[in-house]
Structures are given as structure tokens and as C-alpha cells.
Ligand binder design. Structure first.
Ligand code: HAM
Length: 417
């Protein structure tokens, strides 16, 4: 075993990619805070039973993908494969709901699933999850969709459509399962061996099978909707249309986790991998705690989001705003003063830590790629006129050291316009 190799399916995240994760985290916290959502942090591992009883014992996540281990006292623990079950547990254990008011929460963290690794599918991956607890009804469903759309738009993603489906009440779900049973009754031989088992244990899970899904013209969920379900869909569509919300129905979307009850949704960008998924789960919290609470939420796959942003429009290079190039040690006190003054601005700056007797001191700039370089040598200290180079436009300026900060801010702000 080579010590420098990491386990398969895990990712090292380092600059410049890591700065995109950081920005996404900052931007999403800002958007969610503005909408009155608050952060929760729960353990990386939980008792295995939390996941087996809430995600469904026949789901792929529970059956094939959990990282489960025993602690020194023989208790079965599992690295969290997702965050909804943990959020539900956290709410119940800490008795966070004491009124009729909704609780708006979000989380950020790595999740673990033993999947076959490929681009966009990892064994440790990051999710941003948003959960709206103690809230039922169509406006709550719309709120969750709206927040998901807001986040995608804030990340500058434009071409997306939400795929929706409505699983309806227990009765509707049973009707659809019956429909599927009769559809497959004379085709079980054509199913893969896993789906032959799923036919007996949880027939809905056949829709998650990458092999069988493409091989059959599955019955549409729409056929199982009753008057009440159709009334809900009609109202939801009206709200979505009046908001110009980008959506379409996918009547075969059931999602891979067992806890969903009503509305479910996913967004796919370009490739077949979903960038986010979620829905309503009104029965989950009642299974974990003493009282049942209606809830809905979604999670965004951050690694997939970053892949998409990098593939499509983010320039994958580290560059900084200002580099102070000290040509003499006497320049450092002035650099420290200037950096202190820059604190109240939002610019990234850096400087050389040693004065190297190199032939071309400007070589250092190929590494930092600054927008502006402030050069401070003996000449500049004597004359108090500082040389500024716009490295991208290849222009030089001489500015009084006292006016320097104001000049930099005006110049950088103007060059962004
Ligand atoms: P999920 O659809 O299993 O839902 O995961 C949400 C998102 O996490 C996916 O759309 C995908 O972008 C990302 N994801 C899932 N597995 C991987 C993987 N192996 N590698 C990289 N990214 C992955 C949930 O987890 C639910 N808890 C969402 C939810 C919240 N439902 C209600 N509230």
C-alpha cells in the first residue's frame, strides 16, 4: 500500500477548486439566512438503525451503500449517507418543535455512500441540505422549490428545469404499486436478479434500477392520481406558472429513498446525474420521535455543482487582486501599513516574504497572477511615488503612497464595470 494514495472514491479538494466550495458555502449561507433558514450540525455517524428504519431497508443506499462499522462495545454505527434522517433525529432528540410554527434548517457536510466511483459519483461527497419542518400544504412545497431555484440562480446557473412528480397519499402510492405489480406480473423473468427481489419486497425500487429502467415502458404515476391528487397538481401548477418556475412532470420519478410521501423533484444538468433532489416526507419524523411532523426538503450535490461550474464557466485559476512586490527589506513596514488599510476592503492581497536576488523579480507574478502589482523599492521609498502595474492591461502608473489605497479601490472597482 502506498501511503500517498487515498481510498477509492474519495476526493482531495485543493486550490483552485477548494475556493469554489468555499464560495458556494458562503453564498448559500447568505441566501438561506436571508430566507430565515438556520444552520444545524449533526454527527458524521449515527446508530445504523436510524438509517435502516428511515431510508428503507430495500433502498440501494441501505442495502448496498452504507459504511457500517462496530464500535468497541459492539454497537453498529454508520457514516451518514444523507442528512434528512439525521436532521429528523436532531429535531426529535432536542425537542426543537414546541409550537405550530415551521422550523427552517439547513446543513452542509460530507456524506458517505459505497457507490461505484466515476466523475460526479464519489464515496465521500458534499451536500448542502435544506429542510422545512412542521409545514404542510402547497405553499410549503412551493417554498422549498423556490429556495432550491434561488440557490441555483445565485450560483449563476440558468438552464435548468425541475422534474416533478407527485406520489400522493398512502392510497395513491398503493394504487401505483398495484399498477406496477400487474405490469410486471408476466415479465418478472426479464427483470435483473436484483429487481426480481425488488418485485417481491418493494416494487417501487425497480424504477431506480439503471439496468431495468431503460428496458420497460413503465406505467405512468399520473394514472394513479385521484381527484384530490389532481386538485393538488392543478393548484401547484398555477402557482408555478404565475412565478415562471421552470418545471416539467416526470411521471416515473419516485426517488431512491423510502421516506417520500407527496411531491418529489430532481434537477439534472447536462449529464444524467442529478444535481439536486428532494421532496415531502410527512411520515419520517413520526417514525423517529414521539410526534409526527410534516416536512419537506432537498439536498444539492456540491461536487456535481462544482464540476458543472468548472466545466461551463468558471475560470479555473487562482489569481489575486493585489501583489506587493518588495524590492528591499525597508519596503515591508510600508506594505504592512498598506495591508492594514486594505482590511476594510474586500480585496485579496499578498507579498513576497523574502527579497531574493533573482534576475527577474517579476517571475513571481506568473505564480500569483495579480490584477495589480505594487512595486516598492529604494527609489519608490525615496520619492514617495509608488509604481503600480496593471498586469492584465500592461499599463504602469505612479501614485503618491498616501493616496494609494483610495486609488487602488477606485481603479479595481472601475475595471470590474
Ligand atoms: P439524494 O437524491 O440521495 O437525496 O441526494 C441529493 C444529491 O446529492 C443528489 O442529487 C446528488 O447531486 C448528490 N449525490 C448523491 N449521491 C452522490 C454521490 N455518490 N456522489 C456525488 N454526489 C452525490 C438526499 O440525499 C435527500 N436527503 C434529499 C432530501 C432532503 N430530501 C428531503 N430533504
Amino acid at each position: 500500500m502506498k501511503l500517498k494514495n487515498k481510498p477509492r472514491g474519495t476526493v482531495d479538494i485543493f486550490p483552485p477548486r477548494s475556493s469554489i466550495y468555499q464560495k458556494i458555502q458562503q453564498i448559500s449561507s447568505y441566501v438561506l439566512k436571508k430566507n430565515n433558514y438556520q444552520l444545524v450540525i449533526f454527527p458524521t455517524y449515527e446508530f445504523t438503525e436510524l438509517f435502516t428504519s428511515s431510508l428503507g431497508s430495500t433502498s440501494d443506499v441501505v442495502n448496498k451503500e452504507m459504511f457500517t462499522f462496530f464500535d468497541r462495545k459492539g454497537r453498529s454505527l454508520t457514516l451518514r449517507p444523507e442528512g434528512t434522517a439525521s436532521t429528523a433525529r436532531l429535531i426529535c432528540q432536542n425537542k426543537l418543535v414546541n409550537s405550530n410554527n415551521p422550523l427552517k434548517l439547513y446543513y452542509w457536510g460530507s456524506m458517505f455512500r459505497y457507490e461505484r466511483p466515476q466523475k460526479g459519483r464519489y464515496r465521500e461527497f458534499y451536500q448542502l441540505g435544506v429542510e422545512l419542518i412542521n409545514a404542510s400544504g402547497i405553499i410549503a412545497d412551493f417554498e422549498i422549490l423556490r429556495i432550491a431555484k434561488d440557490l441555483l440562480e445565485t450560483f449563476a446557473i440558468k438552464d435548468f428545469t425541475f422534474q416533478l412528480n407527485y406520489l400522493g397519499s398512502e392510497k395513491t402510492r398503493e394504487r401505483y404499486k398495484k399498477e406496477l405489480k400487474s405490469f410486471f406480473s408476466n415479465k418478472t423473468d426479464e427483470l435483473c436478479s436484483d429487481c426480481q427481489k425488488r418485485y417481491q419486497t418493494n416494487i417501487l425500487r425497480i424504477l431506480d434500477c439503471s439496468y431495468c429502467f431503460g428496458n420497460f415502458a413503465f406505467p405512468s404515476y399520473q394514472k394513479s392520481w385521484d381527484n384530490e391528487d389532481n386538485g393538488y397538481i392543478e393548484k401547484l401548477n398555477q402557482i408555478l406558472d404565475s412565478d415562471n418556475f421552470p418545471y416539467t412532470y416526470n411521471y416515473k420519478l419516485v426517488r431512491g429513498l423510502d421516506y417520500y410521501t407527496g411531491l418529489v423533484f430532481e434537477v439534472k444538468l447536462m449529464d444524467k446525474n442529478a444535481i439536486l433532489g428532494g421532496g415531502r416526507y410527512d411520515e419520517l419524523i413520526g417514525k423517529i420521535g414521539d410526534k409526527s411532523l410534516a416536512a419537506a426538503g432537498f439536498a444539492i450535490g456540491i461536487d456535481r455543482l462544482v464540476n458543472y461550474l468548472l466545466d461551463n464557466f468558471i475560470n479555473n485559476s487562482t489569481s489575486i487582486d493585489i501583489f506587493f512586490l518588495a524590492l528591499t527589506e525597508q519596503a515591508f513596514p510600508l506594505i504592512f501599513t498598506l495591508q492594514k488599510k486594505l482590511k476594510k476592503y474586500n480585496y485579496v492581497s499578498d507579498y513576497n516574504l523574502t527579497i531574493k536576488k533573482i534576475k527577474n523579480p517579476f517571475k513571481v507574478l506568473d505564480y500569483y497572477l495579480p490584477r495589480l502589482t505594487i512595486i516598492i523599492g529604494e527609489e519608490e521609498l525615496k520619492s514617495d511615488k509608488i509604481l503600480i502595474k496593471d498586469c492584465q492591461k500592461k499599463k504602469d502608473f505612479f501614485v503618491d503612497s498616501k493616496k494609494l489605497i483610495k486609488w487602488i479601490d477606485q481603479y479595481l472597482t472601475k475595471s470590474l464595470d
